[in-house]
Design a protein around this ligand. Structure first.
Ligand SMILES: [Zn+2]
Length: 213
């Protein structure tokens, strides 16, 4: 890649058609932190941040570390009538399996740990490659997989569900939140931040420029 190509990578995507009404816009005039929406239908188009990829690397790498912690330590403990029970995050899915609900166990395991972890890993790989301005053959397939899987992650939904169930369980037993609970709470926050920072239009533009022969 010569110097001209390197300059192109850091430049904004120039023209973009609205997904809803196909009106075409010149979005190369956006400054750092500015976003664009369709003037005809109001559909969000794109947001440009100069440090977008660096933020994605920071959020996704920290999220992966916290997910590892969340899977390694007790999620929460219950105390009632002198009995104590401790549960880890993977056990929330394994318990469903033991109760004869293998489908639900697989879905819970996939949606709260496996897919979110894979999304963060793919996002980290992609952001590092784009920051280094290196072309790899896996850039396009990884980009497609990443943006497809994003809509199948239910990290925030799961965490809100846990909080709601805690209110109910709190009347029947003493609940102690473990290290994993707090790690997963911060992981959920970082996950949402990473997803919201990575702009699909800007990301695909960078991939397209790097993929040019
Ligand atoms: Zn529109």
């Amino acid at each position: 890649m010569d110097q001209t190509d390197v300059g192109k990578v850091s430049r904004l995507a120039e023209r973009l058609a609205c997904h809803s009404c196909d009106l075409v816009f010149d979005i190369s005039v956006l400054d750092d932190g500015e976003s664009a929406s369709c003037t005809r239908c109001g559909e969000f188009l794109t947001r440009y941040r100069a440090d977008e990829l660096e933020r994605v690397i920071a959020y996704s790498s920290a999220a992966l570390i916290l997910l590892g912690l969340a899977c390694s330590y007790p999620f929460m403990s219950f105390k009632s009538s002198g009995l104590e029970s401790t549960m880890t995050l993977p056990q929330t899915a394994l318990n469903l399996w033991h109760y004869g609900l293998p489908g639900e166990a697989l879905l819970v395991g996939a949606f709260i740990v496996l897919i979110p972890g894979l999304v963060m890993l793919l996002m980290l790989m992609l952001a590092i490659a784009l920051v280094l301005e290196k072309h790899y053959r896996w850039l396009r397939p990884v980009g497609r997989l990443l943006f497809t899987l994003q809509s199948w992650c239910m990290v925030d939904v799961y965490f809100v569900g846990v909080l709601v169930s805690l209110v109910k369980i709190g009347h029947m037993a003493t609940v102690i939140m473990g290290l994993s609970f707090w790690a997963y709470a911060v992981f959920s926050l970082l996950f949402v931040l990473a997803i919201s920072v990575l702009d699909r239009v800007q990301c695909w533009h960078r991939i397209e420029v790097l993929s040019r022969p």
